[in-house]
Design a protein around this ligand. Sequence first.
Ligand code: GYE
Length: 338
Amino acid sequence: MKRVLTVLLMAAVVSFAFAAGGKQGGGSGGVTKGMDRKIVMGYSQIGAESEWRTACTNSVKAAAEEYNIELIFSDAQQKQENQLQAIRAFIRQKVDVIAFTPVVSTGWEAILQECKDAKIPTICVDRTVDAPNTLYDVYIGSDIKAEGVKAAVWMVNYMKNTGNTRGKDDGRRAINVVELQGTVGSAAATDRQVGFKQELAKYPNYKITKSQTGNFTRAEGLQVMEAWMKAPDAGDIDVLFAHNDDMAIGAIDAIKTAGKKPATDIIVISVDAVKGAFEAMLRKELNATIECNPLLGPQIMETGVKLVLKQPVDKWIPSIESQYDWTTAEQAYPSRQY
Ligand code: GYE
């Protein structure tokens, strides 16, 4: 009897230890991967405007679990003032590290200085800030300007080699491009526009005839394109460049409603490479998308640990990306993670 009890007791102890060990993945106990204690990260996310943003948030939350980092997650609903409030709360709570996506690029100096004074390292995620780079520790994200350049390069090649219903680019005919911008004042919109325009300046027959924000959302992309398709010069539009896939997907609906064929009558190029864009490419409604990787969670957590340990990190940790069009979409689609 005694023996049986001992065995039962041992089994209980073992299973308890196992359960506790299993918690290391993200419960309230345990230590952070690579550290001797559990660290706390305050994260100011901007909202849920796009498929990209949702994938980014999911990646951050999953990686925090994986690293066993306590994540205090705050959603700013696209308002910088909410971000400033959240970051001030993180400082009061004495978190170990602060990560944030700056909804717009200006207006961060004071708060970054407050973080610095509190000796809390800061990670800027997926959008850059217009502030001296001594004020934050690291930017993790894409080369956003390069995405604009890549979109323009793809567009010019396609127009020269294939063209749209109105014909190819012979170097002489005017090619009219309309641009759906992301959130005004955000680095993601500003730099994509700068890169796109810089490349376009090499080809004088290309002109951006309309440019308006759709705030990175499907609903607004649709609305703006709807108005453009009702304008008297709608028939002159050759290309739509959208700063993200969601706006392009919304605009594609507006093009179809107006009785035009997206990707044939009007060439459509966007940025992000989310699943919705692949589905649109497979339907032959979107021509190409430039990848912008939202799966930044693991890099953010790894960098957070390094900063807390006062280990050196690069000022910019670039994400790894590619680009896709409807000739490569089918092969890539099954392995897409977002
Ligand atoms: O491209 C867009 C979004 O900041 C890089 O934000 C990010 C952008 C992304 O909502 O879809």
